[in-house]
Design a protein. Structure first.
Length: 363
């Protein structure tokens, strides 16, 4: 925890609906809040002046007194974390919502990676916020069923008007642990650390211009240890690794079988985790609700259901097992966002033929 977030009010007591104030805690354990502000401003610089980069929370002015950095203004996001919608145990999830969220996350990451080598280093599902539109603009409330429906809108001023609907529906937040790393942007991270300095052969194909990235504050000793833990893991891996605990042992509608299998194939390709699931015929009214007794009877998890079912009493033990195993032996932890967006999960269109065995060899 680096700081507290507070509403901003004018002299009349009216709440500012476009921005909030984040104040630094004096006893923050990890990165200081000034580092988060510096990184946020670098991301802003990729967009128009005074605007936030699409898909990222906007970072406004910093507050400093007597040479001490006290806090900063941040874009106010009227919504909740993506994890709140997929976290409830035992409910039937909407794979199209997950597809839309991941597509938006990876699209934003791709811009940051290609431009600055952006590495969030703490990109969990609760660090992605869903911007809920106001009632006056219901046109953007519909969930897209294919990535092509998510327009890459030009950014609008981050701290001026959040009600235009032009900003991305999903926004990455909390840049306090982020860094700029050329290796991650170029896809040069492998699951097995190399000894000594990496030697590149042939012509250099990738180069980042760090001339406009000014000095970022140093990190604390505790954060250096945290960074070492994530030194071989990219942001795409982090998102899918965290998603495993939410998806394992779920019941899915039979009509979404192809999309779900493509999602699980992508997760396995990156993390090496085989997610358990069951498909049953159910009405659309059960989506994002607890499945009916009839639907639950169709699901066959076997004698180890207490471990395998998402709402099983001992499922937490399986989650610990698959997370540790995936952490120690991932398959492609350094995959870039651009590579992930080429996955069949994002390219598949309903009504087209698709073999049962999905391959990610093209990634």
């Amino acid at each position: 925890m680096q700081g507290g977030v507070y509403e901003v009010k004018d002299k009349a007591g009216n709440v500012d609906m476009s921005q909030v104030l984040k104040v630094s805690y004096s006893a923050a354990l990890l990165s200081n809040i000034k580092r988060e502000w510096e990184i946020g401003r670098r991301l802003n610089s990729l967009a128009e002046p005074t605007a936030a980069l699409n898909g990222y929370m906007g970072t406004g002015a910093g507050i400093e007194k007597d040479g001490k950095f006290l806090g900063m203004m941040l874009e106010r996001i009227n919504g909740d974390g993506v994890n709140k919608r997929i976290q409830p145990r035992g409910v039937v999830l909407d794979v199209h919502y997950i597809r839309e969220a991941l597509f938006a996350i990876f699209t934003a990451l791709d811009v940051g990676q290609r431009s600055y080598g952006f590495h969030h280093m703490d990109l969990r599902m609760d660090n992605v916020m869903e911007q809920l539109p106001p009632k006056a603009n219901p046109a953007v409330t519909d969930s897209a069923t294919k990535p092509g429906q998510i327009a890459h809108h030009p950014p609008t001023p981050a701290l001026v008007d959040n009600e235009s609907g032009a900003n991305s529906r999903f926004k990455i937040i909390d840049f306090g642990l982020a860094s700029f790393d050329e290796d991650f942007a170029a896809g040069l991270v492998e699951d097995i650390p190399e000894k000594g300095r990496r030697q590149l052969h042939g012509l250099r194909q990738f180069h980042l211009n760090f001339s406009n990235i000014h000095l970022i504050p140093e990190v604390s000793p505790l954060e250096k240890w945290y960074r070492w833990l994530w030194s071989r893991k990219g942001d795409v891996y982090a998102v899918l690794w965290d998603l495993c605990r939410h998806l394992d042992g779920r019941i899915w509608p039979m009509r979404d079988r192809v999309h779900v299998r493509l999602l699980l194939s992508l997760i396995f390709h990156v993390t090496g985790t085989k997610i358990l699931c069951q498909f049953v015929d159910m009405p659309e009214t059960e989506l994002e609700q607890k499945p009916s007794r009839q639907s639950r009877q169709q699901a066959r998890f076997g004698p180890l259901g207490v471990f395998e079912k998402n709402d099983g009493p001992l499922h937490v033990l399986r989650i610990r097992y698959i997370r540790i195993k995936s952490w120690l032996r991932p398959r492609n932890p350094g995959i870039t966002a651009a590579e992930a967006l080429c996955a069949p999960f994002f390219q598949y269109q309903a009504g087209t033929s698709l073999d049962e065995g999905v391959s990610h060899s093209q990634l």
